[in-house]
Design a protein around this ligand. Sequence first.
Ligand SMILES: Cc1cc2nc3c(=O)[nH]c(=O)nc-3n(C[C@H](O)[C@H](O)[C@H](O)COP(=O)(O)OP(=O)(O)OC[C@H]3O[C@@H](n4cnc5c(N)ncnc54)[C@H](O)[C@@H]3O)c2cc1C
Length: 408
Amino acid sequence: MQDVPNSAPAFAATRHAALARLQAFLPDAGRAYAARRNFDLGPGQHRHVSRLSPWLRHRVVTEEEVLCAVLGRHSRAAADKFVMEVFWRTYWKGWLEMRPAVWTAYQAELRRALDRVQSEAGLRAHWEAACLGQTGIDCFDAWAQELVDTGYLHNHARMWFASIWIFTLRLPWALGADFFLRHLLDGDPASNTLSWRWVAGLQTVGKAYVARASNIAEYTEGRFNPPPGVLNTDATALEGPPPPPPGPLPASEGIDPARPTAILLHEDDLSPGWLLASGLQPVACATLAARGNASPLAMAPAVLGFRDALMAETAARWSARLGPLTERLQTAQDIADWARDSGAAQIVTAHAPVGPVADTLRAVTGLPVVRPLRNHDRRAWPHAKAGFFKFKAQIPRLLDEMNLRQVA
Ligand SMILES: Cc1cc2nc3c(=O)[nH]c(=O)nc-3n(C[C@H](O)[C@H](O)[C@H](O)COP(=O)(O)OP(=O)(O)OC[C@H]3O[C@@H](n4cnc5c(N)ncnc54)[C@H](O)[C@@H]3O)c2cc1C
């Protein structure tokens, strides 16, 4: 199946570009963000939000760096909304980390939906029209095109799009989550799956998100105004099993810097300074090729290209500290062979949260794979056991525990 054709990439795959975006956005991260963040002004016009997510997703800049920079510029009260949104990402990661079965269930649901697409011609045609932006619903079609063209959608557009996908077009939600994951430069197993579940009424059981024409007209400043009757406003939450209770979090593994170490960079954490700060002297370094297996279908070349370019750029930036580089290892076996041949006694790599990288790392045999957790995750994730409301109450304490002077 072909999605709408892709044109130019909108985000440069460098840390420099991420820091430039952060600096440019800082003046707007306070009360202006709270007032204007819900407005989707269209492609190239998303100035009321940071558009940092493609870099944050890969930790080319970290949540802590972004929070430090913003709170170096604004009071906590003024930056409250922006800080909270950054913590939504942390919350979703922690929530899924304690419930990996929700990711597995999504993948099974997606396979079932793709099987149905093979045998139900009507469903296949509807799904293709949605991915191609050819449904006849102007706003929806424009967002499908924007997503494929730029690898980014405004948060409000993501909510409207998902709601229309599920409740107006009546397409399986897992196909929509997959469409996002294949095209978003910030595509993330936790934020994406759990946000789609939230819109569908599966995450907060029984409470679905309804896209309303008046809301779309207001927050697109009249760019779109779906006529009455086009959108289904009777959004009855989908039925599904309640979210499972939280399981244990991964233990934070300590690094023994005295052991010969092969250091592995992967797409879930591309700021290796904290690993090297433990005194490691790597005998070798490798990057893990961008994971095509987040979907059974082909990932957008722009997404894989962005990730591979970020990894290459990170390795180049840190080359003096990382040892001889091997690029784009593909499999667990590749990792084991490379580490053994490099004379290492351990592989050290940042903990990879639930998703394709974690699956690959789990399958590595031979040498120990040490996967330390960042302090940010170690402190915050234990509070993601229940709803966001409880998590949110911990944010002031989590900020107190950060070294807020360590600005990016
Ligand atoms: C259906 C749906 C699917 C989504 N899929 C993803 C995804 O795959 N990856 C992803 O990173 N986000 C996802 N989001 C969350 C959110 O839409 C994006 O993080 C946000 O739009 C990124 O744009 P920004 O950097 O300009 O955000 P800003 O508004 O500038 O926010 C700053 C940062 O906070 C974080 N953030 C903001 N809002 C959210 C949120 N609701 N949930 C989690 N983190 C948030 C992001 O890291 C973001 O870069 C999804 C939301 C919905 C409704």
